[in-house]
Design a protein around this ligand. Structure first.
Ligand code: 2AM
Ligand code: CA
Ligand code: CA
Ligand code: CA
Length: 270
């Protein structure tokens, strides 16, 4: 069993509390109040309640830290202190359709001495399976108490690759189709499950061999990015540079497959 930092214990406790509320709401999903933020962009009372719980619990434990949250936006804290980046419910479309695939994503972002920001703690918690995918920078990635490694597959023909397809009003359908056209014929299979946080957590866990998506928000990917890196994987932009967050392009895979996937993806963009 790895030794948890005090911070991680606080984060996991908050996620479990919010997760209990999400499980309850999921069982009554047909009665939930739902509104629309934009075309095909839904938010339910469950997203908001879970976020409120996370905010209250984390704020109590770290009163001077900042927050960046999908529903509530930014809450400024002491600029010298870290901040939480939170998606209270990643996979809302699944949730609202009664599909049991969604998660809570929490990341801690700190300033490095050089003034850069980096993610140092990550949790992707799946309430329905009670799985905690977590990582701390330099201390590895874990599923509960089991160390995570990205998959060891090196052949594209054996690889199961996840992706996110752009949706109404978001993302570049033409670019996605080009990449799909280049990758799909080379790999064993492609999956689109609808939670970017879980897609990345599952790459870290070796369930998926790779993943690509663009047009995401920081709260979708901040935790998953650290999970993949701490599990020994690579996350880059579509041209293979270590700028996934800045470019908002995510290509994740184990070391053997990343080069091969990146060649296919970059070739499709030329
Ligand atoms: P969300 O459920 O937190 O909104 C899937 O590709 C990613 O895109 C998810 O992380 C999902 O996060 C986000 N997303 C936002 N709106 C979406 C929509 N209408 N359909 C599918 N995914 C959406
Ligand atoms: Ca959303
Ligand atoms: Ca999300
Ligand atoms: Ca969300």
């Amino acid at each position: 069993m790895p030794s948890h930092s005090g911070l991680f214990t606080v984060i996991e406790r908050a996620a479990r509390k919010a997760g209990t509320a999400l499980r309850r709401d999921f069982n009554e999903v047909q009665h939930l109040q739902v509104s629309r933020k934009g075309p095909a962009d839904f938010v339910s009372i469950a997203d908001k309640r879970a976020e409120q719980t996370l905010f209250e619990e984390l704020r109590k434990a770290r009163p001077d830290w900042g927050f960046l949250m999908e529903e509530g936006g930014e809450v400024k804290g002491d600029p010298d202190k870290p901040r939480f980046i939170i998606d209270p419910l990643d996979g809302t479309s699944n949730f609202l359709h009664g599909i049991p695939h969604f998660a809570i994503s929490i990341a801690v972002e700190e300033q490095t001495p050089a003034g850069k920001r980096e993610i140092t703690t990550a949790l992707v918690y799946q309430p329905l399976t009670d799985e905690s995918f977590w990582a701390e920078k330099g201390r590895g990635a874990w599923l509960t108490d089991q160390r995570l490694r990205v998959s060891a597959r090196r052949d594209l023909s054996e690889a199961l690759i996840a992706t996110g397809i752009p949706f109404l009003g978001h993302g570049d359908f033409v670019q996605w189709s080009r990449i799909f056209g280049a990758v799909a014929p080379e790999v064993a299979g492609i999956r689109r499950f609808g939670s970017a946080a879980l897609d990345l957590a599952w790459v870290a866990a070796g369930r998926f061999d790779g993943y690509w998506e663009s047009g995401l928000k920081p709260w979708d990917t901040a935790a998953g990015l650290l999970l993949v890196k701490e599990a020994g994987g690579y996350v880059t932009d579509f041209r293979g540079a270590d700028r996934a967050m800045e470019k908002n392009e995510f290509l994740a895979a184990n070391d053997g497959l990343h080069v091969k996937l990146h060649k296919l993806v970059a070739g499709a963009l030329r």
